[in-house]
Structures are given as structure tokens and as C-alpha cells.
Design a protein around this ligand. Structure first.
Ligand code: TZP
Ligand code: MG
Length: 214
């Protein structure tokens, strides 16, 4: 059965950038504010710790009707029953991940330009995370900002959803949607705020409004 996948507000958990909250609590508050997707992202946590978090977030997102994606770790994503995995350019290729994943499993790939996006689609990605659109302090190796124009170029070049990421928030999310993004992925604009649910709710409103104007 085909599902309608909505990536409008895609929130990436980050304990270090939050006000002392756990991944699970961040996820709980973000879905309360209407996040459509939660990505569990922790580069330092053990597989054991990540799996424990993932199993808890799986329950939180299931109840809220949100998608749950695990960053980097296909093994943790599969073991926890997540909806999918998000892979970087240096992670296991999407085609290899697809070969060992169940039907309907979502595979997202980080891209920074048209060429990488086209390749990701060819490899079987279900969506691309395109960025960093603007400067971001949340990812030390994010590379230079690619700007808003690349969103339209990538959107023209692929037929899978394009989720814009990097330095986005209430001030520029509408611009990214108008440029062609299907969704907005954020850390600091939601996770870094004192009121995570409120920040998610406001940002979701801006995204949905911008989509209605398109
Ligand atoms: N990938 C590209 S930019 C980025 C990631 C994980 C960080 C996004 O964080 P923020 O705070 O929304 O700029
Ligand atoms: Mg990665």
C-alpha cells in the first residue's frame, strides 16, 4: 500500500543544542508542535544507547503519526522499526541500503548540488536533504552555504521530494518553500528553542502557509 509521505517540518534531534533535553523529550515536544518527521541524530552515542532512544522515539512518533528516521545507522533504524534511515555522501550507498531493507523503508540522502541529487535518485533514494542552504553552526563539516537558487535547480532535476536544510528557520523557511523545497529540516530553529513545541508550531504554520501560496 502506498503512503503519502509528508516532509513539511522535519526536526533533527540534538541533545547538545537543546536546553538539556534528551532525544526522546525533544522528539515528544517536536511532534506536539506538529513536526512531520523526527530524525534521531547523535554522532557520539553507542549503538546500544541509540537503539534504546530509537525504540522510545518509535513509540512517540507512531502515536503522533509522524515519520521516524535514524541518521547514519541503518542497523539501528532496522532494529528499532524506524520508517527509514538518512545517509550522508560517505555512508553506505542508498542502493546497498535498499538491498537489505524491507519494502516501503524510507531512504534519505544528503546532497549539496544537482549532481549529487540526481545520483541519489538513481541510487534509489526516496528524498534528498539539500544543504546547507544558509550558514549553519550546528554541523561543523557542513561546508559552504549553497544558497536558495540551488533548490529550484535540484527540484527541476529530480522527481523525489527535496528537503532543504541548514540555517533555516521562521525568517527564511517561506523563501525555501517558494524556491521549490517540499520540506524544511531544522535543528536550532526548533531544538535550540526554550519552547520546542511552540517553535515547531510556528515554523509549521509558516511552511504550510508558504505551500498554500505556491
Ligand atoms: N546537515 C546539513 S546542515 C545541518 C545538517 C545536519 C545542520 C542543520 O542545523 P540548523 O541548526 O538547522 O542550521
Ligand atoms: Mg551521515
Amino acid at each position: 500500500m502506498s503512503r503519502t509521505l509528508r516532509y513539511d517540518l522535519y526536526v533533527i534531534t540534538d541533545e547538545a543544542l537543546s536546553h538539556g533535553l534528551s532525544h526522546v523529550e525533544i522528539a515528544r515536544r517536536a511532534v506536539e508542535g506538529g513536526a512531520d518527521v523526527i530524525q534521531l541524530r547523535d554522532k557520539g552515542m553507542s549503538g546500544k544507547g541509540l537503539t534504546k532512544c530509537a525504540l522510545e522515539i518509535r513509540e512517540v512518533t507512531r502515536k503522533a503519526g509522524a515519520l521516524f528516521i535514524v541518521n547514519d545507522r541503518l542497523d539501528v533504524a532496522l532494529a528499532s522499526g524506524a520508517d527509514g534511515v538518512h545517509l550522508g555522501q560517505d555512508d553506505i550507498p542508498a542502493s546497498s541500503a535498499r538491498a537489505i531493507s524491507p519494502p516501503g523503508f524510507i531512504i534519505g540522502v544528503s546532497v549539496g548540488n544537482v549532481e549529487e541529487a540526481v545520483q541519489a535518485e538513481r541510487d534509489g533514494a526516496d528524498y534528498v536533504g539539500l544543504g546547507p542552504i544558509c550558514h549553519t553552526a550546528s554541523k561543523s563539516d557542513a561546508g559552504p552555504a549553497c544558497g536558495f537558487d540551488v533548490i529550484a535547480s535540484v527540484k527541476k532535476a529530480v522527481s523525489i521530494p527535496v528537503v532543504a536544510i541548514g540555517g533555516l528557520g521562521p525568517q527564511n523557511a517561506g523563501k525555501a518553500i517558494e524556491a521549490g523545497a517540499d520540506g524544511i529540516a531544522v535543528i536550532s530553529a526548533v531544538v535550540g528553542q526554550a519552547d520546542i513545541a511552540g517553535a515547531a508550531r510556528r515554523l509549521k504554520y509558516i511552511i504550510v502557509e508558504a505551500k498554500h501560496r505556491k
